[in-house]
Design a protein around this ligand. Structure first.
Ligand code: ATP
Ligand code: MG
Length: 401
């Protein structure tokens, strides 16, 4: 017999016999009549009478059932119809008790939910986050394709780290040390020497973040873009265009141009000297717009590959509802200056031999950014913790499930 999803049922199925399958979410027992709430992609009601009652009472919640019966139009029940049960089969019985209430009526803390993530994902409001991730990622990709970018995949097992070793995961690569990539930064820059001109990548980035915050993961998805023959303003325009288009198409959020605050201007707005987390939050509270840029950070706050401009750099951070979601800027493309910057950062030139080579043989000016995909979703949905946006988050204390 035909198996269809409950959300495909319309009036043309009324009074017909068919089979619906799913999880037995709930059972409302009125004695002579029992109502089952079953879940496939949606919820629907199965109504049981007579001898079947004894049978359905014995089925533990969250078991997989196959329910055969007749669809009856009924304005009183959800969806405007119910399935009058004629035959029920248990395809796979669930154990009791459940580690988590999949209806969400019994609240559980995030840790408990993440430990039993698959059960947690049975909740519609939880899966909405992942539907949004899909929509947003699709819009991000479409934006870059429409703008003529080439999608690339750079290695995640790398020899040298780039911004110092503090947050690198070390691994044993056939007896020699290697690391999990913190970002595709060096590779996407090298590719600017190839003539690809515009590249983007969406891939995991790994950071051994010791601190346990609501916005840091050990593994996150980084959306990276790098563009040749551009200056900082072009990079800002590209990122603003991306966010505008994605938020409008994926979430119906319409934005104006994002304010662009100078670093010093932003600090003086809140009477602070240092751009720490506190200052960032206070600035975000002062700015009316949900998204804004802070421009031209001091050199000591930015990595060696950012182009210096006097005491400042051609750099920016993008904030969304108080969260840093992206960092980027114009890169240093001049080989001797880049070498000086590396040495000044206390790093070893020899470690950057392969990175530096393209800079010696025709490297165009270029710029780009890295955007934290998980944080973007966190801000867009107003979620308290970035872990909620990830199926199986990784942090200092969690490498399971
Ligand atoms: P933060 O200061 O918040 O630790 P960062 O400046 O070290 O971030 P970048 O190197 O600028 O991070 O990385 C680019 C973007 O990637 C960030 O703006 C952020 O959105 C995201 N990101 C960085 N680290 C993490 C992390 N540990 N977990 C989730 N997202 C991250
Ligand atoms: Mg940053």
């Amino acid at each position: 017999m035909l198996r269809i999803y409950s959300d495909e049922i319309s009036e043309k199925y009324f009074d017909k016999e068919l089979k619906l399958e799913g999880w037995l979410q709930d059972l409302r027992d009125l004695g002579k009549i029992v109502f089952l709430v079953v879940r496939d992609r949606n919820l629907f009601q199965v109504t049981c009478k007579g001898d079947l009652i004894k049978e359905v009472r014995a089925i533990p919640k969250e078991s997989i059932i196959s329910a055969k019966g007749v669809i009856k139009g009924n304005e009183e029940v959800m969806n405007g119809w119910e399935l009058l049960l004629e035959e029920v089969k248990v395809l796979n019985k669930a154990e009791t008790p459940l580690p988590l209430d999949p209806t969400g009526r019994t609240p559980a803390d995030l840790d408990t939910r993440l430990n039993s993530r698959i059960i947690d994902l049975r909740r519609r409001d939880v899966t909405e986050t992942f539907r949004n991730r899909t929509r947003v990622m699709r819009e991000i990709r479409d934006f870059y394709y429409d703008e003529g970018f080439i999608e690339v995949n750079t290695p995640k097992i790398v020899r040298a780290g780039m911004e110092g070793g503090a947050t690198l995961f070390k691994l044993d690569y056939f007896g020699t040390p290697a690391y999990l990539a913190q970002s595709p930064q060096l590779y996407k820059q090298m590719l600017m020497g190839s003539g690809f001109d515009k590249v983007f990548e969406t891939a995991p980035a790994f950071r051994a973040e010791e601190s346990a915050t609501r916005r840091h993961l050990s593994e996150f998805i980084s959306v990276d873009a790098e563009i040749a023959f551009v200056e900082m303003g072009d990079v800002l325009d590209n990122l603003e265009g991306l966010c505008n288009r994605v938020l409008e198409r994926a979430a119906g959020i319409k934005l104006k141009e994002f304010p662009r605050l100078e670093y010093d201007e932003a600090l003086s707005m809140v009477g602070r000297e240092e751009m720490d987390r506190k200052a960032e939050v206070e600035i975000s509270e002062k700015v009316d717009d949900d998204l804004f840029f802070i421009l031209n950070y001091p050199a000591e706050e930015k990595p060696f590959y950012i182009m210096k401009k006097g005491e400042r750099t051609n750099s920016f951070d993008l904030f969304y509802k108080g969260l840093e979601i992206s960092s980027g800027g114009q890169r240093e493309h001049r080989y001797p200056v880049l070498c000086d910057n590396i040495k000044e950062s206390g790093l070893n030139l020899e470690d950057f031999k392969y990175y530096l080579e393209p800079f010696r043989y025709g490297m165009p000016p270029h710029g780009g950014y890295g955007l934290g995909f998980d944080r973007f979703i966190q801000a867009m949905m107003g979620l308290d913790n970035v872990r909620e946006t990830v199926l199986f988050p990784r942090d200092r204390f969690r490498c399971h499930p």
